[in-house]
Every structure is written in C-alpha cells, then in structure tokens.
Design a protein around this ligand. Structure first.
Ligand code: ADP
Ligand code: MG
Length: 684
C-alpha cells in the first residue's frame, strides 16, 4: 500500500496525477513525505455567541441562507448565514459563485476565519472551510503546503489526509518499526506512524515537535548509516603494497620540498603530514581536502605523487575540464622539472607524453579529465589518485576504480567551501583535511558594493586601471536562471551586454566573450587568448569554469550580485587575486534592500569561504545553496545541517547499529539505504 503508485488514489484527475508526478510524487510514500511548509492555527473552536472581534476561530453550524450580491462598484459577493445553537453569523466570500451550489441551506459547514464586527453584527472572513464537522481543514493546526504546478494546498491536504487514513486501516509498513527498540528508546523517538500523522495533522504543538524530531532523526540517520556502511566496505580493502617512508625516501622527499620555489605554509605542512600518515597504511586513503582557491592544494597532491613515485607507483590526477587539466600539467611539469618524474597528459582531444616514455601508460604521473578512468588504457601500477574540483566527492569515480579492481589511495580536493557539519554528515566516510591559510605575499582582494548610480564611475575607473596598470578584468554577467546547463536566454543576454559594452562603454578596449553554450574547444581558445592578453576584458557567464589561473586579471565585476549565494560568489571572486598586484572585486546590484546589502557587505569584508558558506547556510538553508551547485545534493527535507547535536546523535546511533545488527534483519531500513546508495553513485 505505502509503495502503491499515486494512480491508485481515489477521485483524482489525470491532470492532478500528472502534476504530482512532475514534482516527484510517484507513490503514496512520496506523498506523505511531502511535508507542510508551515501550519495555520485554527484550533480555537467557538460557539457563535462567544465570537470576539479579531480572533481567528473555527465555527460549525447550519447554512440557513445564501445570496449572490453585487455591490455598486461591481464587486461580486456570496453571502451566507451560518447558525448554531447559540446564534447566527454572516460569512462572505468574493467571486466564488460556485459556493452557492455547494452550500445549500441545511448543510452543516465548518469555517475557519477572522472575526469582524460591524456595529453589533458579527461576520467571519473565511480562510478555510469544510463541509461537516472540523477535521481536515478547520478546527485544528492546519498544514499549509507550498503550492507548485497548480497543486493547491487544500488539494494536497485532502489527498494526504486520505492516504494517512487508509494507512490507519491497512496493516502497513509504517506500523512496523525501522529501528531496533533500544535505538527508539535511547533517542526518545516517537513511533513512525504517529510521526507521519502529526507532521501533517498535528494534534498539538508538542506532538508536532516530536514528529519533526523523529523525522529529522530518520533523515540524518539514513545518511549516516549509508556513510558508515561505505566506510566499512572501504576499510575491508587493502592497497597492493604499502608505501615506504624509510630514511632514504625521507631525505629524497625532504630535498624535493626544500627545492620548491616557495616555503610550504604551516597549513600545507600539517595537511601533508596527515596524507603522508595515511599513505603508509595498508588501508587505502580516502581523504577529502578542502582549501580556498589558490591556497596551494596542488603542491600537496604533488608531494603525494612524488612519494608514490619513490615507491615505484604511478599517480593519476583527474580534473573536470580540459583547461584545468592543462593547468595542472603545467604546474606539475614546473614542480618536477629538476626530477626524473615523467608526466603525461590525456584528455578527449589531446595527448602529451614525454618522448622517452613512449606511452602514456609508462608515465609516472598522468593528468587527465574525469573521463580518464573510464577509458581503456591501463596504468600498470596506480598507487595514488587525485580527484580535483569534484563537488560530489568523487563517489562515482571511486566506484569506477573499484569496478576495475583497483583500490589505490584517493585524495579528493575541492575549493568549494562546505561547512564542516555538512561534510561530516554527507560524507562521514571520508577523512577531512583543510588548508586554512593562504601563501604569504598575497594581497587580499578589495571588495566593494557598487549601487546603480555609481555604475558609470565604476566603468571609468576600470578603464583607467586597465590602461595605466596593464591589467585585465572579468565581467561576470548575471545569473539569469538557476539551472545546471546554461539556457539560451542567458546566452542572449550576455551577448547583448557584450555588444553594448564593446560599442558604448569600452570602445578602445578588446573584449572577449565566453559562455556555456560554446563548445569546450571554443571556450578553451577564448580562455587561453585571455590568458595571453589578447583581451583586456572577458565577459563570462557564471557557469564558466572556476579554478582558472590568470594572474594578470586583477579586476572583477559581478553583475546582479544579489542573486548569488555567498559561497558561490566567493568561487567567482577566486579567479582574481592570484598574482602579486592588488585585486579588486565590484559587486554591481540594482537591489537596495537592507538585507541584501547587509549580506553583500558581509561578503565584502569576509575572505574565508567557509565562513561565507556558513552564513549562506544560516540565511538561505542548504537546499538553496547546494540545490544548484550539486543537484539537490544536500537537500535535507526536515533536518538541518546547523543542528550539530542531532548530527552527532545520529552518527553514534548509526555506529551503534552497525556494531550490533545486520541490515538484513531490517528490510525497510535496508530498502531506504539502498535507495540512497544508488542515488549517490548515479550522481555523476
Ligand atoms: P589551489 O589550491 O587553488 O589548487 P594551487 O595549488 O593551484 O591552488 O596554487 C596556487 C598558486 O599558489 C600556484 O601558483 C602555486 O605555485 C602557489 N603556491 C602554492 N603553495 C605556495 C606557498 N606555500 N607559497 C607561495 N606560493 C604557493
Ligand atoms: Mg586547484
């Protein structure tokens, strides 16, 4: 029953079914997991003679009279008289003539609404009604559902009420418990059935709180248990051979570090120690390295590659785009220029390998796009894999490696600022490292908020800077639609803006344009031309790849800054401030709301991506931030990533479960976990 398709809902039109499906509701289970966005309190039930002006009440009575009234200025009203044993009250609706056929005299009606008084006559401005006594829509805490695709809150309430009622009659899955009894007891959880009942139709505020708590627990627990299971599987694997860090190797490594063109920051050293320690174990490393754009993650990865090399192993470095692959290739070639380490590059369109090696498969380090691992060629002795700029933590890539029978050490790196609680929750199976300081000598980017009326002055200033300082600028066009792939609409908008800036604002400068609808080759060409200073200004849409290194670009304009999440904007800003000249970021906005400018001011003075991500989390909620960035990756329905206590609680509950039970004994739980795992692997 609970898994029945929604087609089997009684009295439901084909259109409604289609609409439900379009918002992801396919089964009864999906339906009861569509939670209210808020509640209205209509629980005050009043006899008619006790009505008080201004109160929101529910009254129940008999309709005695109905009238269609048109006022002098043409307003059409439907007026009814409702009578109970204590008195009569007037109800007035506007523009709903069908109510006259619905509310025939004699019918019992319950109405929730606002009491008004004219002289000594009372009337009710109805908010909700239901025929008969209160139960679903009146006389209690009423769930309000967000209305999407023409699905009204009332309709959703009606259908969910029916499903819950039916579950009550059937002996259903919800009657059995998900967890062992002691987990329920220890965590003081209300039973699942009552949780679902009360999240939709709460008997009281207290019952509502209890069900929220239970459902939030369920949500986080399933995530934690999934991670714990992945971790357990991962720990069963062993790497082919453990890496040696004997004295000889140590001194080679130390020599290499000493010969770097810079001194490692304290943070880099600390992270390197963590990685080095993992690499000497037989259990494969599964580490997640987070660090600001430009904080120097690549060098740390290079050290691990070198250690692999010293032990006779190859390393694989994967990045999401060709241009990032090229950048890594150049960086590594530089770092290893005085060493015998041979570096190769392979992408869909390009292959480079040192003459001496002959083949890519003979290189010590191979840099390539993520597609690399699904390709046929085989590195013989892969000991270490780096997955760079992967928002999704390389879950899919790890699964692929495993399919190929490989279990190397894996380092996943990202500049995406993810709050620690989020990382810990979603990927409890990973060990976390963080580079939290920038190399010395970088000048912090100066960020300014530019209101509409100062736009022209801003352009003038930029023009002068470009001429006098021979620097370059990015102009990031506004995010038009929150979508993964760029729409034609935004391409049109950016093209128009490009024409305008070129002819009207910067006629003496060279402008380039790059957007998501260009082929990746064309994109690379434009980016390279910009890097080689063929353009002074590059107009780009926000979807264009981050991570690109153009040290001479020191100015960035972000158009429509109010539309971005702070963390996302921080990523954009990270494209400047990479050289030793002072960089400037200008936030152009046409919205002067005080909360918008407060948010942007916070952005202007905050340099740490992690703090910005945490701010986003507290003001916009995780769904909003990660929704776009990572396909609804962190879309918690009811729990919150800011609820650190519950995160901890569910984590230890999951550990307890794993240590005492086998998932096979809990088929319902197993089904949910498996659903989650499939989602994860399919995510890339
Ligand atoms: P990201 O963390 O964004 O991947 P990179 O590893 O590409 O950053 O490093 C950015 C730049 O900083 C590179 O040019 C690199 O050579 C330089 N760099 C890295 N570590 C240091 C350091 N400790 N001191 C100075 N410069 C460094
Ligand atoms: Mg990088």
């Amino acid at each position: 029953m609970i898994n029945d398709p929604i087609e089997s809902l009684p009295n439901t039109s084909v259109i409604t079914i289609r609409r439900l499906k379009s918002i992801g509701i396919n089964t009864f289970w999906d339906f009861i997991n569509y939670f209210p966005s808020r509640y209205e309190d209509y629980s005050l039930i009043s006899p008619i003679n006790k009505l008080q002006e201004g109160e929101i009440v529910t009254v129940t009575g008999k309709i005695t009279n109905g009238q269609y009234v048109v006022t002098r200025n043409g307003t059409r009203m439907q007026k009814f008289k409702l009578e109970d044993s204590t008195g009569t009250v007037e109800l007035t609706w506007f523009n709903q003539p069908y109510l006259l056929t619905l509310f025939k005299p004699g019918i019992v009606l319950s109405v929730a609404g606002l009491v008004r008084r004219f002289g000594n006559k009372y009337s009710i401005e109805p908010y909700e009604y239901e025929i008969g006594v209160p139960g679903k829509h009146t006389g209690r805490l009423i769930p309000i559902y967000s209305e999407k695709r023409g699905l009204s809150s009332k309709l959703m309430r009606e259908k969910i009420h029916n499903i819950l009622n039916q579950l009550d009659h059937d002996r259903d899955q919800l009657g059995k418990e998900l967890y062992p009894k002691e987990i329920l007891a220890f965590n003081k959880l209300t039973d699942e059935k009552s949780a679902y009942q009360n999240i939709h139709f709460p008997d009281s505020q207290d019952a509502l709180n209890k069900s929220k708590q239970r459902l939030a627990f369920d949500e986080l627990f399933t995530i934690q248990l999934t991670s714990a299971l992945i971790k357990k599987e991962w720990e069963k694997q062993t790497v082919g051979h453990r890496f040696n860090v004997g004295t000889d190797l140590n001194s080679s490594l130390q020599l290499f570090i000493n010969h770097l063109p810079f001194k490692l920051t304290v943070s880099q050293q600390k992270v390197w120690k963590e990685i080095e320690n993992d690499l000497t174990k037989t259990k494969p490393m599964n580490r997640f390295l987070q660090g600001e754009v430009g904080s120097g993650k690549t060098v740390v990865a290079a050290l691990a590659c070198y250690l692999a090399y010293l032990n006779g192993y190859q390393s694989l470095i994967m990045a999401p785009t060709e241009i990032l692959v090229q950048q890594h290739y150049q960086t590594l070639t530089n770092l290893f220029k005085d060493s015998p380490v041979k570096i190769g590059l392979q992408t869909g369109s390009q292959k480079i390998c040192p003459v001496k090696t002959g083949q890519i498969s003979n290189c010590d380090i191979v840099v390539g796009t993520h597609a690399l691992i699904s390709q046929k060629f085989n590195l013989k002795k892969i000991g270490f894999v780096v997955i760079d700029e992967q928002h999704r933590f390389g879950v899919a890539q790890r699964a692929k490696l495993k399919e190929k029978g490989m279990s190397p050490h894996v380092l996943t790196m990202t500049a995406t600022p993810i709050p620690r609680t989020v990382a810990l929750t979603l990927h409890g199976e990973l060990d976390l490292s963080m580079i939290d300081e920038m190399p010395v000598g970088r000048l912090p980017i100066k960020t300014y908020l530019v209101p509409q009326q100062k736009r022209t002055a801003g352009y003038q200033w930029i023009k002068r800077q470009i001429k006098e300082q021979t620097v370059q600028a990015f102009i990031i066009c506004p995010l038009i639609e929150e979508s993964e792939t760029e729409t034609l609409q935004s391409v049109k908008a950016v093209t128009k803006e490009y024409e305008y800036l070129k002819s009207r604002v910067f006629p003496q400068l060279k402008l380039g344009l790059v957007h998501g609808k260009l082929k990746s080759k064309e994109k690379d060409t434009v980016m390279n031309d910009f890097k080689n200073r063929k353009y002074d200004i590059l107009l780009a849409t926000p979807v264009v790849e981050v991570g690109i290194d153009v040290p001479n670009a020191t100015i960035m304009i972000i158009e429509g800054a109010e539309r971005y999440g702070l963390a996302q904007m921080h990523q954009l800003r990270g494209r400047i401030g990479r050289g030793n000249k002072q960089s400037y970021c200008f936030l152009f906005t046409s919205n002067n709301d005080s909360d918008v400018s407060e948010r942007l001011k916070y952005f202007a003075v905050t340099r740490e991506g992690r703090l910005l991500a945490e701010k986003d989390l507290s003001i916009r909620g995780p769904g909003q931030i990660y929704g776009k960035m990572q396909h609804g990756y962190a879309n918690l329905k009811i729990a919150s990533f800011t609820d650190y206590a519950l995160i901890k609680q569910t984590r230890s509950a999951a550990e307890y479960f794993i240590n005492h039970y086998s998932l096979d004994k809990f088929p319902v739980l197993k089904e949910r976990i498996e659903g989650r795992k499939i989602e994860e692997v399919g995510r890339d």
